[in-house]
Design a protein around this ligand. Structure first.
Ligand SMILES: Cc1cc2nc3c(=O)[nH]c(=O)nc-3n(C[C@H](O)[C@H](O)[C@H](O)COP(=O)(O)OP(=O)(O)OC[C@H]3O[C@@H](n4cnc5c(N)ncnc54)[C@H](O)[C@@H]3O)c2cc1C
Length: 415
């Protein structure tokens, strides 16, 4: 088939890879001059089944409500007169029960574990460079109370076979020597050996180039899709600012931009942006910089070594589509970074970034044919789309081929 993939982030490009492997003639349409220029640009880099927890939980409403009145919170809600935000929030609140949190977490975990296996296959097949590390990630806790709760919280992961090694502060410093000078600030932590990390932007751009060279994938950059035209139960063409593009099938993979393309043809997608911030600093060959990905769970700040760079990431902010940032947005993040790794990088040369996670109320992505027999969805990957990308792409290529993806998709299909 001739297939048009709408969106050249990590989801669109991995989808193009699997579709082209199946022998389809694939074109990716991307509005920016390069792949991974939006949310896949500078995320936290963690490939983390051990962080597959659903965000909607019984505790979430209280945390978000508190954030309306407190500064520098890692989770923030900035209320706006935006009906999309309110509709999304009501659906999110409906997911905030013990039962739904468990179901949604199990869905995500299944996909994350499946996806890490697919990532390994893609890397073995293509050899793309992405500053990848397969040493697992660390999850750190500052207080005895949060440590105890954190370990208890992993019961759902362990019962599904995810290995989580509980460590005292010496054990943490044994795995990450850069923690040795500050280990007294930690109560303990966990090592998830099945986790990985890497630069999603480098991966996506290198994979896009590999697909173009080896699989004949055509990538149309600087091309914005403005509308999808439907007729007789199928999508006929995509209208772009460079003319119309027809195809036998269309895969929507436009991240937080997806609902704007689908709503006019009657496909309502419950996706709303959740902003996050990162800084990337040079580390050179510093021994004081972490060499393994990790999360300070008490402050919700992530650290990820990427070659000679260190990426530091934090914050989940529901504040609409604005991607701007200022120094105050990074204050708490730098405070934690300097506290844990005072010599971890050159903090005077930060590359600041903010991006929008395409969140669904369940925090589970959405796949499958939507209303039209040739419109396939690969959307709504939220806070963990880098982890889920290769698995999601394989699922979508299997669904388009009419094959059994070999993973239970209950809770992930468009309804
Ligand atoms: C701060 C932060 C930290 C994160 N950390 C992690 C992490 O540690 N691990 C993890 O697994 N995930 C993480 N994520 C989530 C992950 O980055 C996202 O889930 C993932 O990048 C989503 O990929 P995507 O391809 O769906 O979206 P995008 O990367 O946004 O790609 C969508 C593409 O579609 C294009 N597009 C949209 N509309 C149009 C149009 N009309 N015409 C043409 N092109 C269009 C856009 O330009 C864009 O390039 C993080 C996200 C943030 C913000």
């Amino acid at each position: 088939m001739k297939i048009l993939v709408l969106g050249g982030g990590v989801i669109g490009v991995t989808t193009a890879y699997y579709l082209a492997k199946d022998g389809h003639e694939v074109t990716v349409v991307e509005r920016h001059p390069a792949a991974a220029s939006e949310t896949s640009y500078a995320n936290a880099g963690l490939v983390a089944p051990a962080h597959a927890y659903a965000w909607a939980s019984p505790k979430a409403p209280k945390i978000l409500f508190k954030s309306l009145f407190m500064k520098d919170q890692a989770l923030r809600l900035k209320l706006r007169a935006d009906p999309r935000m309110w509709r999304w929030a009501l659906r999110f609140l409906a997911q905030c029960t013990e039962e739904r949190a468990r179901i949604n977490t199990l869905c995500k975990l299944r996909l994350c574990v499946y996806s890490v296996e697919r990532l390994n296959e893609v890397v073995a097949d293509t050899g793309v460079a992405y500053d990848g590390l397969a040493k697992g990630n660390l999850y750190l806790y500052r207080s005895g109370q949060s440590f105890e709760k954190g370990v208890a919280h992993t019961a759902i992961l362990r019962e599904q076979g995810v290995e989580m090694r509980v460590l005292d502060r010496d054990g943490l410093a044994g795995i990450e020597p850069a923690l040795e000078p500050v280990k007294d600030r930690l109560a303990g932590g966990m090592h998830a050996p099945g986790d990985q990390s890497g630069d999603a932007r480098m991966f996506t751009r290198n994979l896009a180039a590999w697909c173009a060279e080896h699989l004949g994938v055509h990538i149309e950059y600087d091309t914005r899709v403005t509308a999808l035209v439907a007729s007789g139960g199928r999508i006929e063409r995509a209208v772009t600012d460079r003319g119309a593009r027809d195809a036998d099938a269309f895969v929507l993979a436009a991240g937080h931009g997806s609902p704007f393309l689908s709503a006019p043809i009657g496909v309502e997608l419950p996706i709303y942006p959740c902003k996050g911030y990162s800084v990337t600093v040079p580390v050179g060959r510093s021994n004081l910089s972490p060499k393994i990905g990790m999360v300070d769970e008490d402050h919700l700040v992530a650290f990820c070594p990427m070659g000679e760079r260190l990426r530091i990431t934090s914050t989940a902010e529901f504040s609409g589509y604005d991607k701007s940032h200022s120094a105050k947005d990074f204050r708490a993040l730098f405070h934690v970074a300097r506290d844990l790794f005072p010599g971890g990088g050159d903090y005077s040369r930060p590359e600041h970034w903010a991006g929008l996670r395409p969140m669904t109320p369940t925090t589970v992505p959405i796949f499958g044919f939507a209303r039209y027999r040739n419109l396939m969805l690969n959307v709504g990957h939220g806070h963990i789309g880098w982890t889920m990308a290769c698995g999601s792409a394989k699922v979508v290529s299997d669904l388009l081929a009419g094959r059994d993806p070999g993973i239970d998709l209950d809770g992930m299909l468009y309804r």
